[in-house]
Design a protein around this ligand. Structure first.
Ligand SMILES: Cc1cc2nc3c(=O)[nH]c(=O)nc-3n(C[C@H](O)[C@H](O)[C@H](O)COP(=O)(O)O)c2cc1C
Length: 194
């Protein structure tokens, strides 16, 4: 198998991070990978906000967790996601939905029929780049809901995000704490040859 493709099969969602911050030259390489993602019609309109302020990241992570469960009993909606790298669905005592990651990216794109496509392309490039450089990363959804809150609105103003943009996803990045998780088996029958 091609070396890069083989490497892609060993990428995992990482939720246990060391406190150590991502080094700047490593971060720059990861961001470059994000900027080189495809965009619909080459619009290149997205913004990647890099936040390394632990107070802000924790606040956002708590809101993200809240948005997952809202007024529901976590037990009624939970399911097993990862034994090695437990998510808020596996362990209800985790209160920060950003898992204390030292670097949190928020990807904003212009509101259009392609918003989610453009952002997800960037997200995947970043997840893979982090993995290739020996770091861990995790894609987080519900970002639109988080940035629709009063706190989210205030932050996006402070960050200078243009008003016609929507927050699509967060990417958590950091050095992996503990053992590298094992690969989750992929379900059979997902390729349909015609
Ligand atoms: C659209 C999307 C939303 C996700 N949201 C979350 C999330 O809110 N919290 C979380 O811990 N992981 C989240 N993940 C990560 C998935 O749980 C993870 O990719 C999945 O369990 C498969 O594991 P793997 O990435 O190690 O292959 C999300 C992934 C995607 C693609």
């Amino acid at each position: 198998m091609n070396e890069l493709i083989e490497k892609m099969t060993t990428r995992h969602a990482i939720r246990r991070f060391q406190k150590k911050q991502v080094e700047e030259d490593v971060l720059q390489q990861i961001l470059t990978a994000g900027l080189y993602a495809p965009s619909a019609g080459n619009n290149q309109y997205s913004r990647i906000v890099v936040c390394q302020d632990s107070e802000i990241n924790e606040k956002l992570g708590r809101i993200s967790r809240y948005m997952m469960f809202k007024d529901k009993d976590p037990k009624s909606v939970s399911h097993s996601v990862s034994a090695d790298q437990p998510s808020i669905m596996d362990d209800f005592t985790i209160m920060n939905g950003f898992y204390d990651a030292p670097t949190v990216l928020t990807i904003f794109t212009r509101s259009s029929q392609y918003s989610h496509d453009d952002a997800a392309m960037i997200g995947e490039n970043i997840l893979l780049a982090a993995h290739f450089l020996g770091l861990g990363a995790c894609y987080i959804g519900r970002t639109g809901e988080v940035f629709a809150t009063e706190y989210g609105q205030q932050l996006r103003k402070e960050w200078g995000v243009p008003e016609d943009m929507v927050a699509v996803c967060n990417i958590l990045i950091g050095y992996i704490d503990g053992p590298i998780p094992s690969s989750k088996p992929r379900k059979e029958g997902r390729i349909i040859r015609v």
